[in-house]
Design a protein around this ligand. Sequence first.
Ligand code: ADP
Ligand code: MG
Length: 391
Amino acid sequence: MVKTLKDLDIKNKRVIIRCDFNVPYKNGKIIDDTRIIESIDTIKYCIDNNCKIILLSHKGRIKEEKDLKENTLKPVAKRLTKLLHRTVRFSHVTRGEELENMVSKLKNKQVLLIENTRYEDLNGKKESSNDKKLAKYWSKFGDVFINDAFGTMHRSHASNVGIANNLPSCVGLLVEKELNKLEELKNPERPFVLILGGKKVSDKIPMIENLIDKVDYILLGGGMANTFLSAESFNLGKSLIDEESIDFCKKMLKKYADKIVLPVDLKVNNKIDNNGKIEIKDITDFDEDDIALDIGSKTVKIYEDILKTSKIVFWNGPLGIYEYSNFIQGTKEILNYLVDNDIKTILGGGDVVAAASILKLKDKVYHASTGGGATLEFLEGKTLEGLKAIK
Ligand code: ADP
Ligand code: MG
């Protein structure tokens, strides 16, 4: 097992916490602070242990000078100050004398957030390529390291893997929670149902291959379903189909015919838009111009019938183009069904969690994972880079 806060003595120490403050901004303002809220437990735990606390996080991608300003973590420091009811100090730089002074003046129970670690990417990708010197430099600020950034756990960066290689380390409370919930899918209660939607099959092949023997059913939606239907020779008009994955789908349908469940009807339009001639069509009735944008009502019923007896559900990828209110319907009905019937549901994937958030159902499911890529890699059966460094 990976080391957790119980395994590390942090009392009165200088702790570096790698958080995931990669939150969305609009016009320089935070529009969703879920990730900041999720980080609070670990920070409070360190305050209660009389630590000096240094926070690190990346935000966005930094490729050129102009990316700097729009990805500053300054608004995060402000939001943290509100949430923690104490001043969170902020260093505008990621290295240098000014930062070193702030670190050395820090008192017990005080919190300092350092500017976006990816500011170092402008300087030869030092953060993202896990530059050893940079990791050593940051490591000197702490006695112990806590990795609580599940969203980047699959990456090998200086601020997560690099620092873990230099200091006694463990995972934080958020990562511990993520791992405990996702572990349940390794030896799942049965029936275990996988709901798979989203855009492309090819991105998800390793996950499907890793889970197929454990699941009782896979319910398909979105572009994912289109590709499987196309592999079954249904004509889906102008719907999104992932041509390169057709052979994979054919093989899966042959081998796991009893597990894979496909839509029988789909909601279509002749353009990707909320307006137009929107109707529900059986999969046998598509015209040349039809584009499938959601699952239909007969399909919803069939899926609910299968979900009725399930003990645990993992769901990746929305069942329709949820960005449009007319095509979030299928996702909404299935999610409501799971919540209303208290079916243990784990959501994993940036978009399916975003859809749940729009529907105000995110806090009602058993677990909504904060990791997109990290969650997928975990379910592909890989050991995440950040965890390797801690073990
Ligand atoms: P997740 O982030 O949950 O892993 P993906 O990134 O695989 O999910 O897919 C999400 C995207 O899939 C969304 O942008 C959504 O609009 C798109 N999508 C869903 N259904 C369809 C469809 N029928 N046709 C095209 N795109 C779709
Ligand atoms: Mg996505």
